[in-house]
Design a protein around this ligand. Sequence first.
Ligand SMILES: [Fe+2]
Ligand SMILES: [Fe+2]
Length: 329
Amino acid sequence: MRTDVRPVLSCALPRPRGPLSAAVVTLLRDGVPPSADVTGADPFGADLAVALHTCYELHYQGFRDVDPDWEWSPELLAFRRELERVFESALRAAVPAGDDVAAVFDELLVEPVPGAGVSHFLRDHGEWWQFREYVVHRSVYHHKEADPHALVIPRLSGRAKAALVAVEFDEFGGGHADRVHAQLYRDLMAATDLDSGYLSYFDRVPAPVIAVVNMMSLFGLHRRLRAAMVGHFAAAEITTAPSAARIVKAIERLGGGPDVTHFFAEHVEADAVHEQVLRNDVVGDLLDREPELAADVVFGVRATEFLEARFGEHVLTAWQEGRTSLSAS
Ligand SMILES: [Fe+2]
Ligand SMILES: [Fe+2]
């Protein structure tokens, strides 16, 4: 099912999920400066995830009825910085440090526990409602697919820049609005009878999914984290092609047609190419120029693995207990 390629890309402010997210929402809605204490906040909890995501969204499509000038408000940016410090230091503490880039990429190709991921579950046992939940979770990223990665373009040069832009050109439809991957995702949502509106399910999506998108924005918006961003991008491309292939199998087993498989089928082929370009041309060239950034590439890869594993655990635990993996709205 094709959806309008000129959708309205803005949404309402999110439902606060604790004092930090309430502080950001109140600031944007009423102009009241945030006084919530960030110290001691759960770095991977829903409250901090929603607070940070709301700050970041001002750099993407913004919110209906929120003045776009808030994007560069010193008050908002100072609060965001505190949230980012908590999130980034927890991410660094959660993953092993290292600088062997080739080894971490090779590890990604070997599955630690074969068959234990969400896409494996969907392929082998998933039901239609579970597949639709998966589509809802991922919509938080795919509605802005490849946008966070575009933020790194001005921070690269030479072959790394040229190659990353070549991948982004594909993600953004190669010059065709109807082939922009975010648009293919809206079409997928329409084909599965879901609301394809921009971030329409945000309030139902749990913290682990939001944290993945926040990581991308954090890496994209800070030049010092450019190597973490390309490490993350390469990791995502390496793991997407096999997981998209499993989702295609799940959809076919469940009787979904080509309008449902299209988005995933597109990623099976494209990402096998993107993986090589990211690994060899983007990461390779960046590290030829700035070898001291190897540890940050490793950090980007491992942070991605860590947050994706948390997402998988959240979803599979809920499904194995026979309940929804979405949050109550
Ligand atoms: Fe894509
Ligand atoms: Fe891709």
